[in-house]
Design a binder for this molecule. Structure first.
Ligand SMILES: [Fe+2]
Length: 288
């Protein structure tokens, strides 16, 4: 096999995958398809060597941008709509369960564990609007689910997540709650505001090349988890927010838009949101 050609090189490379390679059957399936699609892509656009070197340099710079607080490759995947596509493939909807959407790059493990109704805010901002956020978590048959772990996180009224803002207390606007015996969850927070995803490095280069903007509509992130149920990673969007129609990472779903309404006199917050979730039972294969 000394003489590969434009047409034969793909089969030659795929044929080089040894039977004893340190790879699972699934890994082999993915790698084989990756080689095939990558080669087809190069042939389709007649990729030239200076363009190949540009791509290598771009990916190298993306890697150099990553640290424990910034994951440039998730951002690049978001901008290209890859994360939202992979999320929809991973969490296919086949009933009344709530829709998932992207995790995004700002989640932090081990948020503060707080009692139902407590506030995630550790600092006040000028012009902030406080919100009481509550709802019920049910299974696909409508039965309440007790003991669901509810992780929430959001940006501050200045548009920054606390781990990207030295002025905010550690874990500000992050919390972990639990649903009660009626499946009810509640917490106090602030109205999320639109923010631009980090666009000063390769993510920004890609956005500018696309002629797209970096902005996301105001949203609060959620992870709902309990043994026996499919973990739900999702976001609830403010129905009054700008950028709902053209989110920079394409993650808005109609069913995830919530209404931030003026709170009644019985509440100590400016706004009130009621938003229910439905969790699907875990796949038997996964649960096993
Ligand atoms: Fe976010």
């Amino acid at each position: 096999m000394r003489n590969v050609t434009i047409d034969s090189v793909t089969d030659v490379v795929i044929g080089s995958l040894g039977k004893n390679g340190e790879i699972s059957d699934r890994g082999r399936e993915v790698l084989t398809a990756l080689i095939r699609h990558l080669h087809d892509f190069c042939r389709d656009v007649n990729l030239q060597h200076d363009e190949f070197l540009f791509a290598c340099d771009f990916l190298a710079r993306a890697g150099q941008t990553c640290d424990d607080k910034r994951q440039e490759f998730i951002l690049l995947g978001d901008i290209l709509g890859v994360e939202v596509l992979v999320d929809m493939l991973t969490n296919r909807i086949d009933g009344v369960e709530s829709e998932s959407t992207v995790l995004g790059p700002f989640y932090r493990e081990n948020p503060p564990v707080l009692p139902k109704g407590a506030s995630t805010a550790q600092k006040q901002f000028d012009g902030e609007e406080t919100v009481y956020f509550e709802g019920h978590i049910r299974d696909v048959n409508g039965a309440p689910i007790e003991g669901v772990t509810v992780d929430v996180w959001e940006d501050a009224p200045n548009g920054l997540y606390e781990n990207h803002d030295p002025e905010q207390p550690d874990y500000n606007l992050r919390g972990r709650f639990e649903s009660d015996k009626d499946g009810h969850y509640a917490f106090r927070a602030v109205r999320p505001v639109p923010y631009p995803i980090p666009d000063n490095e390769t993510a920004g280069e890609l956005l500018r090349a696309m002629g797209h903007h970096p902005n996301r509509p105001g949203h609060i992130h959620f992870i709902l988890s309990k043994d026996g149920y499919r973990t739900l990673v999702s976001q609830v969007y403010d129905s009054d927010s700008e950028w709902l129609e053209n989110d920079s990472v394409f993650a808005v779903k109609e069913s995830l838009i919530g209404k931030f309404e003026a709170a009644g006199d019985d509440l100590d917050t400016d706004l009130h949101v009621q938003f229910d979730f439905v969790l699907k039972g875990a796949d038997k294969a996964i649960a096993a």
